[in-house]
Design a binder for this molecule. Structure first.
Ligand code: SF4
Ligand code: MG
Length: 329
């Protein structure tokens, strides 16, 4: 039940404003060892805030984050330091996330220095090993970030995230800033590393097309809430939510013979300061009914842990069932 509400500045000094941005508004999910959970949604839906909450970079307004049964929220600093090693993060922008004044060797060794692991010689060895693990040359540790391409810089970020032997890596839009051809290389690298080091990923993206190549399960977010969650197959072939359907129909067809009925969304994502009443999606949803304007739909189980929150599920004849997601002739 993770929540993060940011309160806006109040016009009256010393008075807490009652206007807040509900960036993350009651999100619950599990991530199992060795799997990749995709988190998808348009920009501003709360994906990055959710990632920062999981990693304890920011404190939640409400809710818990449990790792192997221990609650990380309000954990004492010393203990949290140990847990921090377990969850690492790879950020979107490979240009902004590496300090340009540090050599690649220094950047990758930094987490080891912070956690007081090894000495200078052993850290040098470890940096060399990590560079090779991500497909770069060990001899490049003396170079600076600007000497590398975007894809290589993202490899450096990944090497840095691996330095402490984490169990979980949160990848926040790891390939969004890269050219399409380079995206595939970085995704393949992430998949290989997952196998080699038994990593668990939370993979955040605004692009369902990217997520399909990496994720076992997918959570779709809209305005701070998870609106649908299921396995790769359930989401891509049997989605029960109009918003997911709309995201899916924006993926280009694989072949000209593929029939796909497009669900086009009206308008853009509304402001999270005053989100629409009832179902936050009702102003843009082509299937919206009267009830959608007043009642927020609950996430319900639609079989095998596949969850969706939409009033259409309560209808006897759900119009979504008649719309094919993907049909090849
Ligand atoms: Fe659309 Fe209503 Fe379902 Fe919301 S609850 S997604 S508005 S049909
Ligand atoms: Mg983001």
């Amino acid at each position: 039940n993770l929540k993060k509400h940011f309160y806006l500045d109040s016009p009256i000094p010393f008075k807490k404003s009652d206007q807040s941005v509900k960036a993350v508004d009651g999100v619950s999910f599990d991530v199992f060892p060795g799997e990749t959970l995709g988190v998808v949604g348009e920009s501003g839906c709360g994906k990055s805030t959710m990632a920062r909450l999981v990693n304890q970079l920011i404190a939640p307004t409400e809710g818990t984050v449990e790792l192997n049964g221990e609650n990380l929220v309000n954990m004492n600093k010393e203990k949290l330091r140990v847990f921090r090693k377990t969850i690492q993060m790879v950020f979107q922008d490979p240009f902004a996330s590496l300090d340009p004044r540090k050599t690649v060797g220094e950047l990758i060794a930094e987490p080891l220095v912070i956690h007081k692991i090894g000495n200078k010689t052993s850290r040098k060895e470890r940096v060399k090993e990590l560079l090779e693990v991500v497909g770069l040359r060990g001899s490049h540790s003396g170079r600076y970030p600007h000497e590398f391409s975007g894809g290589q810089r993202q490899r450096i970020n990944i090497a840095r995230a691996l330095a402490l032997n984490p169990d979980v890596i949160i990848c926040d839009e790891p390939v969004s800033a890269l050219d399409v051809s380079v995206q595939a290389q970085v995704i393949n690298l992430l998949k290989k590393l997952q196998k080699d080091f038994n990593l668990t990923y939370i993979f955040i993206s605004h692009d369902l097309n990217v997520v399909r190549y990496v994720c076992d399960r997918i959570a779709v977010m809209y305005l701070g809430k998870i609106v649908e969650m299921g396995t790769y197959k359930e989401i891509y072939e049997d989605s029960k939510h109009p918003y997911t359907r709309a995201l899916l129909s924006s993926i280009p067809k694989e072949s000209p013979n593929e029939i796909k009925e497009r669900i086009i969304l009206k308008g853009s994502v509304p402001s999270p300061i005053n989100p629409p009443s009832g179902c936050h999606f009702h102003e843009r949803c082509p299937f919206a009914m009267d009830v959608c304007k007043v009642k927020s739909p609950e996430l319900m189980d639609v079989g095998n842990g596949h969850q969706s929150s939409c009033h259409l599920l309560e209808l006897e004849n759900n119009p979504l069932s008649d719309i094919p997601i993907k049909k090849k002739e």
